[in-house]
Design a protein around this ligand. Structure first.
Ligand SMILES: Cc1ncc(COP(=O)(O)O)c(C=O)c1O
Length: 424
């Protein structure tokens, strides 16, 4: 499939230059068609229905879970928890690290050893380039369990390096959480090398990866990365609908994690005084109640659509667009670029910038009102980073142009010309 083919599936591309894929990627029409088909032809609740369309709905949802686990993340079905978004995935893990696992063991309820034994010396490590969603849950957890919280400062270009982690990870470090790629500087990190460094310093230390800007934009294999947890949002790179996302949890950990919510679908047996969580599909302990059926169908269809393009081709195409944009922006004298400016090795398809004298929101509004170019402006939910870059008071953040496979070089040229005009 070529970018032009994908554009035929996205009516928004006929009206706008859509460059806000890091926030949400528009959903291609074949994916919407599969969701409409559910509403029109087999709209039934899943799992418990005996009649034919309920069986079909269950089957389609089971297949979707398999597609997402196996092809988007390359993990086992039982290691994939379907979530509302990336934010919920982080909060799920933070919850389970605070609460001991409760289940029926032989004759009644018992608490099992928690995954982490917290002491006042325990340390949680994150970084100053994180999105709030991969920062607040850990900061709050540290406060709840009375652990120390340490934030790593990225390089000026927004890079995280293995040695930054080895300097702080020791035998007291229980968890390290960092991102696959940055939504506010467009940097990609060498996740596998960083994880190797962390595990060499402390093999027991758990590693959580925020893949919100990874999955769907690049091949992701959670086993090769070596992480314990990997989270993503379905509505960004993966092309799924809003209200979808996922969390990979390494199998041995998932067995011992207390689900944040319990209810129908989470259990194997219930008595008046206790319950036993289901073991046939442990990840399903984590989405009790009727799941977001339409979201599952949409995200499953989205993974099939992504496969038709091929994630490696998405990487190459986004690289081409990014390089072209950076080359153009470097020629505008009063424009400041954040993140790597020339070397594409650690760059994703998101370019962040400001023009001197313009508040970021005003610049973004001007791009829309005069050229129908849709970009995002502001702190991008990364206030600690905005403060670090010292662009909070001056620009109220930065402007971000972010790509997916359907974007064209001509659209990048339109943006460059518009910025040249605005920069005077
Ligand atoms: C790097 C990163 N992490 C986490 C999130 C949160 O994603 P969501 O709001 O879909 O939960 C975002 C959203 O932009 C992000 O870019």
């Amino acid at each position: 499939m070529m970018p032009e083919d994908m554009r035929r599936d996205l009516s928004i591309t006929q009206q706008y230059v859509y460059l806000d894929n890091a926030a949400t990627t528009p959903v291609p029409s074949p994916i919407i068609d599969e969701m409409i088909e559910y509403f029109e032809e087999y709209c039934a609740n899943i799992e418990r229905g005996a009649y034919s369309i309920a069986a079909k709905a269950s089957q389609v949802c089971d297949d979707a879970r398999k597609q997402i686990a196996g092809q988007l993340l390359h993990c086992d079905l039982d290691e994939f928890i379907f979530t509302r978004n990336q934010t919920q995935a982080v909060n799920f893990v933070a919850y389970s690290l605070e609460h001991p696992f409760l289940n029926r063991w032989s004759t009644g309820f018992k608490f099992a050893q928690p995954l982490v034994k917290w002491t006042p010396e325990s340390k949680i490590v994150s970084t100053l380039i994180e999105h709030h969603s991969n920062y607040l849950p850990w900061l709050r957890l540290a406060k709840h369990v009375d652990a120390q919280f340490h934030s790593i400062t990225p390089t000026e270009e927004g890079r995280l390096l293995p040695e930054m982690f080895t300097e702080v990870v020791d035998e007291h470090t229980k968890l390290v959480a960092f991102q696959h790629a940055s939504n506010a500087m467009g940097t990609k990190h060498d996740v596998a090398a960083i994880i190797r460094a962390i595990k060499a310093a402390n093999p027991q230390c758990l590693v959580f990866i925020d893949g919100a800007q990874g999955a769907g934009h690049m091949p992701v294999n959670v086993k090769t990365l070596g992480c314990d947890f990997y989270s993503f949002s379905g509505h960004k790179g993966p092309l799924g609908p809003p209200g979808t996302g996922g969390l990979y949890v390494r199998d041995e950990l998932l067995r011992r994690m207390e689900p944040a919510e319990v209810g129908g679908g989470a259990i194997a047996d219930v008595t008046a005084n206790d319950y036993m969580l289901r073991s046939d599909h442990r990840a399903r302990r984590w989405d009790p109640g009727t799941p977001n059926i339409i979201g599952l169908i949409g995200l499953g269809a989205a993974v099939k659509y992504l496969n038709r393009i091929g994630t490696q081709r998405i990487v190459e195409h986004e690289h081409k667009l990014t390089k072209h944009l950076l080359d153009g922006l470097r020629e505008i004298p009063n424009l400041v670029i954040y993140g790597p400016k020339e070397d594409m090795t650690w760059k994703v398809g998101a370019v962040c910038f400001n023009i001197e004298g313009w508040a970021s929101h005003d610049l973004s509004l001007a791009l829309d009102s005069q050229w129908k170019i849709l970009t995002r402006a502001g702190h991008h939910c990364c206030q600690p980073l905005m403060r670090l870059l010292n662009i909070w008071d001056t620009y109220a953040g930065n402007v971000r142009a972010s790509f997916h496979y359907f974007n064209l070089i001509e659209e990048v040229d339109t943006l460059i010309e518009a910025l040249k005009t605005l920069a005077g």
